[in-house]
Design a protein around this ligand. Structure first.
Ligand SMILES: Cc1cc2nc3c(=O)[nH]c(=O)nc-3n(C[C@H](O)[C@H](O)[C@H](O)COP(=O)(O)OP(=O)(O)OC[C@H]3O[C@@H](n4cnc5c(N)ncnc54)[C@H](O)[C@@H]3O)c2cc1C
Length: 307
């Protein structure tokens, strides 16, 4: 836990993030988790993943924009991504973060921009997924999600098992029965709001997964945890659900062994593929999830500098 806190703390220090941002792509260590800086890089990764039938969800990295112009650029980029997926006939959708679409500036503008992306995707028969960010944004994210979802059924939402409130949020969404991406949660949250112990988060993940499956929600089981995967497979077998009701999801570059195993077993799998120049906060969260990744970064830096 200490190392995790240290990584989160470092991620708030501009000098540290700037140093990492300057070296990450050059030294190649960011490439493990980020497909590249350009959309073409992400599409190339998508084509590679499609070889064994993996679907993708593209994310143009960026969060907490501070101007209308930046938010509109993000919207335009997502609409272009939907068209590129269609043009290239890649089995994929897009994952968006509402703070990249101006949630800090104006929730109503953010709602409008989100709806425009959803509409563009719907026009070509594709879906969008809304990531869940830190707890300061949970209420606003749910409200915007509900408003868009009431108009269109091609929108999914991530729900975090570490938050105590998530069970109630699922109950609130029951009438809409949207596709839910169930994740453990990637931010640092206080004990007043979130389970702190892995065993408690895992127990809630299992509980929420059963609730979603029994409640008739289409579910994206988004985890790399072998115990959660085993539990999920048993639940799916017991319920004999069709493939329209579930898929597994994993992150680009994480547990590629388990990704391949799921595909070998014939399970539907979608890979979250991030790209873009603003990769540092995303990269730091991946480090915090698994401190061993820090050694991976240091090793690649050392290998480069001693060469
Ligand atoms: C497709 C997808 C979308 C996501 N969207 C969101 C979102 O919208 N909001 C949000 O808060 N979180 C999101 N997450 C992140 C999630 O909340 C967790 O932080 C992350 O998935 C790690 O949890 P875990 O379930 O894999 O289990 P953990 O218990 O954290 O890890 C289990 C095992 O997985 C492996 N592993 C996990 N993470 C890493 C890593 N970074 N590097 C290498 N190995 C690793 C390790 O072997 C580890 O022992 C998403 C995750 C996925 C897979």
């Amino acid at each position: 836990m200490l190392i995790r806190d240290l990584i989160f703390w470092l991620s708030t220090k501009k000098t540290v993030t700037e140093a990492i941002a300057k070296r990450g792509m050059r030294y190649g260590f960011a490439r493990r988790f980020v497909a590249g800086e350009r959309l073409e890089d992400a599409l190339a990764a998508g084509r590679e993943l499609a070889r064994d039938g993996r679907r993708i969800s593209l994310n143009h990295l960026g969060e907490n924009v501070s101007t209308v112009r930046e938010a509109e650029q993000a919207r335009d980029s997502y609409i272009a991504m939907v068209h590129a997926l269609e043009h290239e006939r890649i089995d994929g959708n897009v994952s968006i973060k509402l703070t990249q679409l101006g949630l800090d500036l104006s929730p109503s503008l953010c709602l409008g921009w989100t709806d425009q992306i959803a509409a563009a995707a719907q026009d070509v028969g594709r879906t969008i997924e809304i990531d869940m960010e830190g707890s300061a944004y949970t209420d606003a994210t749910l409200e915007i999600f509900e408003a868009v979802r009431k108009q269109r059924d091609n929108v999914a939402l991530a729900i975090q098992a570490y938050l105590y409130r998530s069970e109630r949020d699922i109950e609130r969404l029951q009438p809409l029965r949207p596709k839910i991406r169930l994740v453990k949660g990637a931010y640092r949250e206080p004990k007043q709001m979130a389970y702190q112990k892995k065993s408690d988060v895992d127990a809630n993940y299992r509980r929420l997964l059963e609730k979603l499956l029994d409640g008739g929600f289409p579910v994206a089981i988004a985890t790399h945890d072998p115990a959660m995967l085993e539990f999920a497979r048993a639940q799916l077998r017991a319920r004999q659900l069709g493939e329209d009701r579930y898929e597994f999801q994993m992150i680009y570059g994480v547990r590629r062994d388990l990704q391949a195993e799921l595909r070998r077993q014939g399970y539907p799998l979608r890979i979250y593929v991030p790209f873009g120049t603003e990769w540092c906060p995303y990269f730091m969260r991946r480090l915090a999830e698994r401190p061993a990744n820090v050694w991976f970064v240091l090793r690649s830096l050392l290998a480069e500098t001693t060469r």
